[in-house]
Design a protein around this ligand. Structure first.
Ligand SMILES: C[S@@+](CC[C@H](N)C(=O)[O-])C[C@H]1O[C@@H](n2cnc3c(N)ncnc32)[C@H](O)[C@@H]1O
Length: 251
C-alpha cells in the first residue's frame, strides 16, 4: 500500500473506527513486549551511569488503545529497571508519530490521560512520514513500530508507469504478472526499509534500540487467508468503480 497519499485508519471511536477494530494488531504488539523489555534492560545496563532521561517513540501509532500500547510497555520497563536498581524514576519523553491525516485529536487526548497516570513522563506527537527525518540527530533511545512498515512510501514506479495494479481482478492476467508484481513490490520494500533504517540510525543515540514488527511470509505463494481477504475487497471496490462511486484508476 502506498502510504503518503490521503489514506489513513478510521479515526474516532465509532463501530468502524481503528480504535474498535484493531485487536489482531494489538495481539502482535503484545508479542513485542519481551523484545521491548530486553531493549530497555540492555540500554540501561550498557550505560556506565544511569541516564537522566530517555526518549521513546512509536512510529505509525494510529489512534485508539493501540497508539499507546508499545510506549506503555517501554515506560513500565524503564520504571521496573529503575525500581530494581534502587534509582529514582527516570524522566521519559514519549513521542507518537503517524502521517498527518491520522486522528491526532484522539491521540492527544490519550496522551494527556497517559501523562496524568505517569509522573515523570512528558509526551508529544510528531506528524510526518517515517520515510523522512522525524527526530534530531542522536536524540532517540528507543524507536518501536508495529504493523506499519508494510505501508510503502509509494507504489513501485515501474508498475505505475505500465499501469499494472497490485491485484488485477482478472485471475488469468493476475497469475501471468505475479512474478513481475511481487518482484516490484519486494524491491520497493527493500528500498523503503533501507531508507527507514538509515534515518533511524541517524536519530538514535549510540547504542539506541529499534524494535519493529511487520507482516511477512516466507514463500512467494500468497497465503490463503490473505488472498481471501483481498478477493472480497477487490470485488467490492470493482463494483463501486463500475457504479462510478469511486474512480476506476484507483482500484
Ligand atoms: C495498521 S496501522 C498500525 C497502528 C498501530 N501501530 C498498531 O499496531 O495497531 C498502520 C499505521 O501506520 C501509519 N503509517 C503508514 N505509513 C506511514 C509513514 N510513512 N509514516 C508514518 N506513519 C505511517 C498509518 O497511517 C497507520 O496509522
Amino acid at each position: 500500500m502506498a502510504s503518503e497519499q490521503t489514506v489513513h485508519m478510521n479515526g474516532g471511536q465509532g463501530d468502524t473506527s481503528y480504535a474498535r477494530n484493531s485487536s489482531l494488531q494489538n495481539a502482535e504488539q503484545n508479542r513485542m513486549r519481551p523484545l521491548i523489555e530486553e531493549a530497555i534492560a540492555d540500554l540501561l545496563s550498557a550505560s556506565a551511569s544511569m541516564p537522566r532521561s530517555m526518549v521513546v517513540a512509536d512510529l505509525g501509532c494510529s489512534s485508539g488503545p493501540n497508539a499507546l500500547a508499545l510506549v506503555s510497555i517501554a515506560v513500565d520497563a524503564i520504571r521496573g529497571q529503575c525500581f530494581r536498581s534502587r534509582q529514582p524514576p527516570l524522566e521519559v519523553c514519549v513521542f507518537l508519530n503517524d502521517l498527518p491525516d491520522n486522528d491526532f485529536n484522539m491521540v492527544m487526548k490519550s496522551l494527556v490521560a497517559f501523562q496524568q497516570g505517569h509522573r515523570s513522563v512528558v509526551t508529544g506527537v510528531i506528524p510526518g512520514s517515517f520515510y523522512g527525518r522525524l527526530f534530531t540527530t542522536g536524540s532517540l533511545h528507543l524507536a518501536c513500530s508495529a504493523n506499519s512498515l508494510h505501508w510503502l512510501s509509494e507504489a513501485p514506479e515501474e508498475l505505475r508507469r505500465n499501469k499494472i495494479p497490485a491485484y488485477d481482478i482478472d485471475e488469468h492476467v493476475r497469475r501471468g504478472r505475479r512474478r513481475v508484481v511481487i518482484g516490484a513490490y519486494a524491491r520497493q520494500f527493500r528500498k523503503d526499509f533501507k531508507l527507514f533504517l538509515e534515518l533511524r540510525a541517524k536519530e538514535l543515540v549510540a547504542g539506541g534500540r529499534l524494535v519493529v514488527s511487520l507482516a511477512g511470509r516466507r514463500s512467494e505463494e500468497p497465503a490463503a487467508e490473505f488472498t481471501h481477504a483481498w478477493e472480497s475487497v477487490v470485488l467490492i471496490l470493482s463494483e463501486m468503480a463500475s457504479k462510478g462511486v469511486i474512480n476506476k484508476s484507483k482500484v
